[in-house]
Design a protein around this ligand. Sequence first.
Ligand code: NAD
Length: 517
Amino acid sequence: MTTTAQPSTQDNSTVAPTHYQMFIDGKWVDSDDKYNLTEPATEEVFATAAKGGTQHAEAAVQAAKRTFEAGVWRDISPKGRAEILDRAADALEARADELTILGTREGGAPHYLSHAFSVGMPVSNTRYFADVLRRQDFERPGPLVGPVLSGGLVRREPIGVCVAIVPWNFPLALAVWKVMPALAAGNSVVLKTDEKTPIGALQLAKELQAAGVPDGVFNVVTGDGEDVGAHLAAHPDVRKVSFTGSTAIGKEIVHAGAGNLKKVTLELGGKGANIILDDADLRTAVDGSIWAFLMHAGQACESGTRLLVPSSLHDEFVNRMIDRLQTQKIGDPLEPDTHIGPLISAAQRDRVLGYIESAKNEGATVAYGGGVPAGEQFRRGFWVEPTILTNVTNDMTVAREEVFGPVLAVIRYDSIEEAVKIANDTEYGLSAGVWSQDLNQALSVARQLEAGSVWINDWHMGNQEYPFGGYKQSGIGRELSSHALDEYTEQKSIQICLEPKLENRAYGLVLPAPTSD
Ligand code: NAD
């Protein structure tokens, strides 16, 4: 393991691509092995990153443990910690253009989305968590209780070493949802990035250090999931794992953490049902439904991937969607007017194309798209056309499994009861939506949906004041909202007996009667 004081970055115009190191115990740490970071739109290797091993994970956990036990961070006042988080937010915001472009290059998100997810949300969410921290009751008086009068305190205390494991689709935003409430609460943190998208998290480390987070309190390890991620998830010194990723790996995290009964927050997959009621405003619902399934080429866990349309509206709705899809620009994600970019990798492209094939084999019809877009610019990179599948039934593979690509499964229904039944007939429960001009009707449907986020006449609306997370196999716990810090604290009750006389106690049940003195 080699360490240096600064990341060994070089200008991108020189021959060697920029190299990114890990951040452990306040130092930039390299490894013998490295990842090639590939632009999804061009397949060009634009940077490299250290490929960490379990020894790096171990060093990061020990740094986090040491700093937690020493109290170098949790003993700073909430006001002081909040000021440091705010300073980091300001520093990220000052680098908006650079972070947006890096986000697009490493993850393929179109420029407008990368700006939102690499800068807008991380900055706003960090400031929000700093505000929540300022308002947090870390210690409050408990109620007076009898029959032997007692009072006391209820405290919230940091948990200890917290591990955050994030995927590649919104790497910095999802890291901030974990790291900031964990730090706000006074914990020490080890963040493991996805192999393909480490850059944003490493910039976060740089800015947190510059803002005043003591060395060792926040660490970033880049490494493979099956060794570095698994090592962290099973580590006996780690008391909490917060994970965003697939449901399959989420289950492995739970198993790995069982040894020391780690606390877990899991944000997993989804199969969002998007219900069009027959009185929906069609212009809005058509555009909204495209936004619901196509944002970031469908690589969002909360996407609306099952469109439930009344049979009476089906053909008109699908035709309107096809008309509108033709106006969407697919191509170079660095151009500000591009709507749809590439998928993250060749493996993801092939997986998505496989789901389209399986849908055809099971009886679905490709009403739009269905393959790799034609044209010279799509010869390189990982592209799939926006795809609408009709004649889908809810038992088909494409309606049951998470595709994580630009693919919409359209399912007909004939009554609202049937629509609700189809919507809830899934092992997932992350998101759902209802489109209607009758808010009472829409609310009635929303209340019946088994999903952690339900939008009425909108989708993907991510308000930090609202909790985010899943029912059923979409996860455990919630992120965001004023309760976010609760997920990173233990509650302690301290009870004080206020009755001085021994005679008033119940000890006599097990002890001999007290002697008088
Ligand atoms: P993934 O589960 O394969 O990987 C996610 C992260 O886990 C990566 O950092 C990976 O290195 C790590 N990992 C892999 N194996 C591991 C192991 N055995 N132990 C510990 N860590 C391990 O997910 P993905 O394919 O990269 O991301 C897409 C998935 O993430 C989709 O299912 C999507 O729905 C989900 N997701 C959920 C949310 C949400 O908030 N609910 C948000 C975004 C993505």
